[in-house]
Design a protein around this ligand. Structure first.
Ligand SMILES: Cc1cc2nc3c(=O)[nH]c(=O)nc-3n(C[C@H](O)[C@H](O)[C@H](O)COP(=O)(O)OP(=O)(O)OC[C@H]3O[C@@H](n4cnc5c(N)ncnc54)[C@H](O)[C@@H]3O)c2cc1C
Length: 304
């Protein structure tokens, strides 16, 4: 049988790496599986993370986090996980080239923002295209922006942006929100462009505008895509981890990041909103701590 790892961390973003730091410092053996450069924060410019003043590149934060976690003894393996199974008290995890047996799992595989999938979107991501109003609104002070979406996330984002940007337009095909939300929108300064959808985002190095599918154009500095989010849930649910009962869009945890399965913890974006680094590292800390304690307790019981 392969060596049994105390804590296997699925995901190498802020939640996973913080979990690694706290678990390894409790003398647990820790393996982190995932690619730091695929973290949502990697291409972001962060200015709301405590004790890190100014605007800092997400890539710099992640490089620092990797160095810190590995210097304490966590092992980072930059591979994707292909499957997870529970085998008695242990968990078997298959990555691209290896398999692992672990006493505990910390699921920290983030969530993927829904994309518009239009020309220009990928090229201009983080260059005027954003998927997070709370993260990026401050970069658009006195700018012209559009928010694209049909649901409450888009309306809420558009209203928030009116406190920063000089002009906010909500582009919606078919608005589907509660009356309360619709009333708030009506009372705001958000301009509504309904019935059309973005078919292209334009700009060379930064966003300069959008082209709609009625062939009209809007000159803007920023495009906020607010189509909700979908977590990479298949891995988590394959071992029976329960999702929240209302939206089934994130892993349900208690305050100690425990899931419904003993020995399995979840942290960060996969454990629900707000999608922020501060929340991810806070939850990662708790999850790593709890997982290390559980693994040690299991070892003691097996020796007794
Ligand atoms: C454009 C943008 C700007 C942002 N700006 C800010 C900001 O200014 N301030 C702020 O606080 N937050 C910001 N955020 C949010 C922040 O990035 C996230 O809240 C944070 O990264 C969540 O951390 P996480 O560890 O939960 O997930 P992630 O950082 O997304 O990390 C997920 C990890 O899981 C790995 N993974 C996924 N699937 C697998 C698999 N099958 N096998 C192995 N590994 C896998 C990935 O490779 C990655 O390493 C921003 C996000 C975006 C998209």
């Amino acid at each position: 049988m392969a060596d049994i790892i105390d804590v296997l961390i699925m995901g190498a973003g802020p939640a996973g790496l913080q979990a690694a730091v706290h678990a390894v410092r409790k003398k647990a053996t820790v393996v982190v599986l995932g690619r730091p450069e695929k973290s949502a924060i990697y291409k972001a410019h962060v200015e709301n993370y405590l004790c890190v003043p100014g605007v800092v590149d997400g890539a710099v934060l992640m490089e620092t986090a990797v160095a810190q976690a590995t210097s304490f003894g966590a092992q980072l393996i930059e591979e994707d996980i292909l499957g997870v199974e529970q085998e008695g008290e242990f968990f078997k995890v298959e990555s691209e080239s290896k398999s692992f047996v672990a006493r505990t799992l910390v699921i920290a595989i983030g969530t993927s923002r829904k994309k518009l999938k239009v020309p220009g979107e990928k090229k201009l991501a983080a260059k005027g295209v954003s998927y997070c109003v709370d993260c990026d609104a401050n970069f658009y002070r006195n700018a012209k922006v559009v928010v694209v979406g049909d649901e409450s996330a888009a309306v809420d984002g558009a209203i928030t942006l009116t406190k920063y940007a000089s002009e906010v337009t909500l582009i919606t095909r078919d608005l589907s929100v509660s009356k309360g939300m619709a009333d708030k929108l009506a009372a705001s300064t958000v301009e509504i462009r309904s019935g059309a959808w973005v078919k292209e985002i334009v700009g060379e190095n930064m966003v300069t505008g959008v082209i709609l599918d009625d062939d009209s154009t809007l000159d803007v500095d920023g495009v906020f895509v607010e189509l909700g989010s979908k977590g990479p849930m298949e891995l988590a649910t394959s071992i029976g981890v329960a999702l929240d009962m209302e939206t089934f869009s994130y892993i349900d945890t208690d305050k100690k990041q425990h899931t419904n399965i003993a020995g399995v913890y979840a942290a960060g974006d996969i454990a629900g909103q707000p999608y922020q680094m501060a929340k991810a590292v806070g939850e990662g800390c708790v999850a790593g701590w709890e997982a290390a304690n559980y693994a040690k307790q299991q070892q003691r019981q097996q020796k007794a």
